[in-house]
Design a protein around this ligand. Structure first.
Ligand code: NMX
Ligand code: MLT
Length: 457
């Protein structure tokens, strides 16, 4: 058992009884009207999922258990003023702000899991990852790696052997989820070394360090002897990169339940697929260019733009390049959102990271273009008149910051996103099983029926 699991266990009776009350006494209360527009429009706006960790407001953006990013920065334990993703796990799972000691207990839990594996991926997973084509899409590699990890799923094994009943499903789902998150530094390191180092390791796990540090270490990007790559960065830059990673991993964890990666994990999980298979499905959704892959598209866009624009202050030329994209019926990556109607606060936090390090970024034309675009694109998109939200989203800045520090394999950015996003959907999966939610199965209608329903009303 762990401090986190013990705390969670105490919360279960009350939460279960709250759900039972809703189910028994309020099941017929109407919450929303489903329109034809939402059925043929990607279910936009339908209020139809239970999701406890985060909520999303169109104007204020993400809240983690009711707390803004700023409030999280002010109250969650961290390093150098940046909260640790481990503290976010505690917050999302229990609704309580952890102490530093509680936060460290999660770091320790991950390190205990890694130690029990000799700081290596399970042998069959390692062997499969070693034999993948080295240029296989990194998100495909991540998905395969996660699926292979399911070989050791406690939940799947206990279920298969008939050793658990419904009330206990959450317990091994918790264990599997922690194993999955703990293994991500190893998996991400393997994928990156496949991409740039012919599969040879770029760093090692340090069992006394936090999860984000170990992710950086496995990318070869720490100032210590744990890493060998370092991209010719000095110690300050490497420490900054570690902090960027902590920040990035902390704020990408969740975005309420309806985004594709979260919703997919929840949907597949509702079949009682194990957490590895469930989250691998979410990862496949994150790999789409309208979702997490947009981070890569943004960097590609910035690199091309920089080639055509000599002067970052040449607004006219930049604007004409943006119009060219729009006129060829393509989207401007990193802009727009299905729910948000203001700049994404996660984007603002990334921007602040840059603004607090003027010296570091002042000579980087890509970062400057990224900043410039955030002032030019919204009014152009408004003039274009199509999209409901012209502002920068979460992907508008992050990739180019990784690029700045030498992580320049564009396809890889979404893998880092996939590390962070594991947290919100897996926390919810544990709660789904605490609540005993049923298999998800909405009703579909054919076009003819939709037409009939519209004429009869
Ligand atoms: N550039 C150009 N056109 C856009 C953009 C954009 N950035 N965003 C939306 N539109 C268009 C959209 O394609 C649609 O056109 P049509 O009517 O021809 O189908 C129209 O505006 C209305 O779309 P919205 O209702 O504003 O957006 P929707 O909710 O359908 O989609 C996104 C949301 C995020 C998929 C969309 O804004 C987009 O494609 N953005 C660019 C890709 C991107 O940055 N995705 C990352 C999202 C964050 N993440 O990590 O998941
Ligand atoms: C996310 O973080 O998942 C994106 O902002 C997309 C979304 O919320 O739909």
């Amino acid at each position: 058992s762990s401090a986190l699991k013990d705390t969670l266990r105490e919360l279960i009776p009350l939460q279960r009884s709250r759900l039972k009350d809703l189910k028994t006494n309020h099941s017929n209360v109407k919450i929303d009207n489903i329109t034809v527009g939402s059925i043929i429009g990607g279910m936009r706006g339908n209020q139809s999922m239970l999701w406890d960790g985060t909520t999303l407001s169109p104007n204020e953006g993400i809240k983690f258990k009711g707390m803004t990013i700023k409030q999280c920065q002010d109250s969650l334990p961290g390093i150098d003023g940046i909260f640790l993703p481990e503290s976010m796990i505690w917050l999302l799972l229990t609704g309580k702000i952890p102490t530093m000691q509680e936060t460290k207990s999660i770091t320790n839990l991950f390190n205990e899991i890694l130690k029990s594996q000799n700081n290596c991926l399970p042998i069959e997973v390692d062997s499969i990852m070693n034999n993948l084509p080295k240029d296989l899409h990194p998100m495909t590699q991540l998905s395969i790696g996660l699926e292979c990890l399911s070989n050791n799923s406690s939940f799947a094994n206990l279920y298969k052997d008939g050793k658990i009943g419904k009330n206990d499903y959450w317990d091994s789902t918790f264990d599997d989820s922690m194993v999955l998150i703990a293994n991500l530094p190893l998996l991400i390191g393997k994928i990156y070394s496949n991409l740039i180092n012919n599969g040879k390791s770029l760093g090692s796990i340090n069992n006394s360090m936090d999860w984000s540090y170990n992710i950086c270490s496995m990318l070869g990007m720490t100032s210590t002897k744990d890493s060998i790559n370092k991209n010719n960065l000095n110690d300050k830059q490497l420490i900054d990169f570690n902090n960027l990673m902590r920040l990035y991993l902390g704020i990408h964890v969740d975005h309420e339940g309806g985004n594709v990666s979260a919703h997919t994990t929840h949907l597949v999980g509702s079949t009682l697929a194990d957490p590895f298979l469930s989250y691998a499905s979410g990862i496949n959704g994150l790999a789409g260019p309208l979702h997490g892959l947009a981070a890569q598209e943004v960097v590609r866009f910035l690199i091309n733009l920089e080639k055509n624009v000599n002067d970052v202050n040449d607004n006219k030329l930049i604007e004409s390049q943006i119009w060219e994209i729009l006129n060829s019926n393509k989207v401007i990556p990193g802009y727009g959102h299905a729910v948000l109607r203001k700049p994404d606060p996660r984007f603002n936090v990334m921007l602040e990271f840059v603004e607090n390090r003027q010296q570091e970024f002042q000579d980087d034309p890509h970062v400057q273009l990224m900043q410039k675009l955030s002032t030019l694109v919204p009014s152009i998109l408004l003039k274009h008149g199509k999209c409901n939200n012209p502002y920068p989203n979460v992907d508008a800045a992050s990739g180019i910051l990784f690029y700045h520090y030498g992580i320049q394999e564009l396809l890889f950015f979404t893998v880092i996103f996939g590390c962070s996003r594991s947290i919100g959907p897996l926390v919810q999966l544990i709660w789904d099983r605490i609540y005993g939610l049923p298999i998800e199965r909405p009703k579909s209608l054919d076009l003819k029926t939709l037409e009939k329903l519209t004429t009869s009303r």
